[in-house]
Structure formats: C-alpha cells, structure tokens
Ligand binder design. Structure first.
Ligand code: ADP
Ligand code: ASP
Ligand code: MG
Length: 401
C-alpha cells in the first residue's frame, strides 16, 4: 500500500464533468489499494473572479479580508469533490486547510507554511476515507485564514506529501507535463521525461507557471519527487527529482516573465555605499531584485539598473524617493514594457557557446538585448515586452529540434 498525494489544478476541477473525472482518477488509485489524499484548487477562474469582485468594493482592500475571501474558492471545490466521490460510492471527507492542520505565518496573500499537523488526516485515512484538502490556504497563530500566493495549491500538495511522508506526489494539470516551453504558446515544445529540482526551480521562478516555485523549493528540501501530468489523458508526465540522467539534454526550457519592470538610477556619484543605499532599502521591504547592471554614466558618474516584480513597483518608488539623500541620483528612469526571457539547463555549465547561440538567434529575429544575466544553469536577457514571444520562439528553435 502506498500513500499518494494528488493535486488537481483549477482547470482540472472547472465543472461537474471535470470534478467527476478527477474523482475517478483518485478512486482508481484507491481501488488499487492506496491511501489517497487529494489537494484541490478553486474551480477555473474562481480566484480571479473573487479578486475582481473585491476590486469593485475597494481597489486596495485589506489583505486579511482578501485572504478570507480567496480561501472560499478552494472550499467550494473540496466539498464538491467529496460529494462526487460519495456519489461514485466511495468514503470521502473534505477539509479546509486549517482542518487539515496547515499552520502558516501571518503574511497574508503570501503566507509560508510553518508546520502541518497531520493527525486529523491520518485518522480519516485510517477510517478508509479519500481525504480531499482545500489547497492554497492555512491558518496563522491568531486563527486567521491565510493564503499561500497565486498557484499555492502546488505548494500545499508538496508540503503535505512531505509531512505525510507520501510515496508519490502527482500534480494533475491541463498539459501533459513540463515542456521545453509553454506548449500553449510555442509550436514544437517538447515534453520532458524528467527534470532536476534545480532546473525546475529556475524555470518556475523565471515564469513557467506550471508549478509554483515555492512548491519546487519544498520538494528539493524534503526530497519529494513530483510527477506533473494531465488530468485528461493517461500518458506519463514529467518527473521532477534530484538527479536526472547524467548526459541529458543541454537545454531544459525557455520561458518568459513579463511581470517585471526595469529601473535605472542615473548619475550617482562614483563612491562607496551607493549600491548599498539602494539595495538595502529595497531588501528591507522584501523586494526581490533580479538582474543588476552598473555602467558608466556621464561626467564620471555611474548608472545602476535593475529589475523588480511589477507588483512591487509602487513600494520601490516610495522607498527610493524616501532615500534620495543617501542615493544621490540625478534621475530615476522606469521601463515598464520589458520582459525577461530565460533559458535553463544544467548542461549549460559544461558547454561553451550557449550564450553566443542565444545572441545569434535573437539577432536573426531582430530582437535587441537591454541586459544580460547568467548563472551556472541559466541565461536571462531583458528585452522589449513586444518582442518576448518572438524571442522565446527563436531561442527555442535554436536549441530544441
Ligand atoms: P493549474 O490550474 O493546473 O495549476 P496552471 O495554469 O497553473 O495550471 O499551469 C499550467 C499551465 O502552465 C499550462 O496550461 C501552460 O500553459 C503553462 N506553462 C507555462 N510554461 C510551461 C512549461 N514549460 N511546461 C508546461 N506548461 C507550461
Ligand atoms: N486558486 C489559487 C490561484 O488561482 C491557487 C491555485 O490554483 O493553486 O492562484
Ligand atoms: Mg497552477
């Protein structure tokens, strides 16, 4: 007997037919003699719809109340799923995140899981139930509801698999696995049989929404192997694990992120402490800075350019304005129509010439590069957002035949 955690994303529970389809997948695993815990997302676009509803009341609603609102989406799908299992003749019980023991910190809208008390789930499994847990949510020390950030049901599932010491964690979604690029956008994208935690973490962090990056972080930390697969076909998916084949593909994926902006701090004096003045202020607010470039400006001054998430822009502008005496810049420029296109693959570390092939592909596609950043297993370029899809396709064509 194995314990299987299976997560179904929004599109896999979007309507009655899909709920029954997911329920049958769980029932089949149960019939094969396994213990089954399902984690479900809100149906279809429910979370977006709830956010829009809140926006009609207040364009800057209380974060606590937002989480109170958003948790309802998953509560609907988990109860419907348990009902579907009952209808199919199976014992099942649904649980909210807090009933399932998810204790989090108090960062509303992006709470981190501190602990999962799995006692109740274990009792229900012992009672021969298929347990259905609402993803994306937990409870903080003050008994207030919290959510784990967009796409957070992936993280709920992996965390639960770790806490229950499950034998398998399957993520069911609307594509057949992890592809070399978004299969809905890039013709010729290829499904990967497997990908390492590190590569998947980069892909997820750089824009491939198929897994929430925090779920991959947890999977790596607790060594939980994940299989990403389709809820609509029976084909094997992509396994995410620590070690993959020794000599695998050079490149695992190409992805884009358009939810970023680039800021340039122009004309700062060429003296110690300026970069610290800028980045310590951003760090204090928890703003994640990505590509950073320092270049020579006019008359012996320096320009410092970096990218941050679009959602942090207002706060970044505020703290930089507050710190203007220490930063001593002449002007701050904002570029908000930019995209970061990245290519990921552990094979890059030992292969020269990857960067030049990327630049060649972009040159042939007529795409101008504004900034470049590299690490052992990825190369990112910052470009005009209007060129993003073309750039992804050009780089993908160059490497994936
Ligand atoms: P779910 O609702 O099941 O959580 P998501 O919409 O969050 O599903 O993630 C699945 C989507 O991720 C796919 O429909 C696909 O368009 C997108 N995606 C982006 N990049 C990739 C990739 N490299 N491989 C697979 N899917 C990707
Ligand atoms: N329903 C949440 C969202 O749309 C969580 C999830 O689907 O994973 O972001
Ligand atoms: Mg998702």
């Amino acid at each position: 007997m194995s314990l299987i955690v299976m997560k179904f994303g929004g599109s896999s529970v979007a309507n009655t037919e899909k709920i029954f389809n997911a329920a049958r997948i769980a029932a089949k695993a149960y019939d094969e003699g396994n213990e089954v815990v399902m984690v479900v997302s809100a149906q279809g676009d429910t979370t977006d719809d709830l956010i829009e509803m809140a926006g009609k009341i207040d364009d800057n609603p209380s974060k606590r109340e937002m989480d109170m609102l958003l948790t309802t989406g998953e509560q609907i799908s988990c109860s419907l799923m348990a009902m579907a299992l009952h209808k199919l003749g199976y014992k099942s019980i649904s649980m909210t995140g807090w009933q399932a023991g998810f204790l989090t910190d108090s960062h509303y809208s992006s709470a981190r899981i501190r602990r999962i008390d799995t006692e109740r789930i274990r009792t229900e499994l012992d009672e021969k139930n298929i347990v259905v847990v609402a993803g994306f949510q937990g409870i903080n020390r003050s008994d207030d509801l919290t959510t784990l950030g967009r796409g957070g049901s992936d993280t709920s599932a992996v965390a639960l698999a770790a806490a229950l010491n499950a034998d398998m964690c399957r993520i069911y979604t609307d594509v057949e696995g992890v592809f070399t690029a978004d299969p809905r956008k890039v013709k010729g994208a290829v499904k990967l049989d497997e990908i390492s935690f590190d590569e998947m973490l980069e892909l997820a962090s750089l824009g491939a929404q198929v897994l929430q990056n925090r779920s991959v972080e947890l999977a790596k930390k607790y060594n939980v192997n994940i299989e990403v697969r389709s809820s609509l076909t029976d084909n094997p998916g992509t396994v995410v694990r620590e070690v993959t084949k020794m000599e695998g593909m050079l490149i695992k994926g190409v992805t884009k992120d358009t939810a970023i902006v680039s800021m340039s701090i122009l004309g700062v004096p060429d003296e110690p402490g300026i970069a610290f003045a800028i980045f310590s202020r951003l760090a204090k607010c928890g703003i994640n800075v990505d590509i950073i470039l320092q270049s020579e400006g006019n008359d012996g001054t320096q320009d410092i350019t970096f990218t941050i998430p679009k959602s942090d822009l207002a706060q970044a502008q505020q703290v930089l304005a507050d710190g203007k005496d220490a930063i001593k810049s002449k002007e701050i420029k904002l570029y908000d129509n930019v995209a970061k296109v990245s290519i990921v693959g552990a094979g890059m570390a030992s292969n020269s010439g990857v960067a030049s092939r990327i630049f060649g592909a972009l040159f042939e596609a007529g795409v101008n590069i504004m900034m470049i950043s590299t690490s052992e297993i990825k190369i990112s370029v910052l470009i005009n957002a209007n060129d993003a899809d073309r750039a992804v396709a050009a780089i993908h064509d160059e490497f994936i035949k």
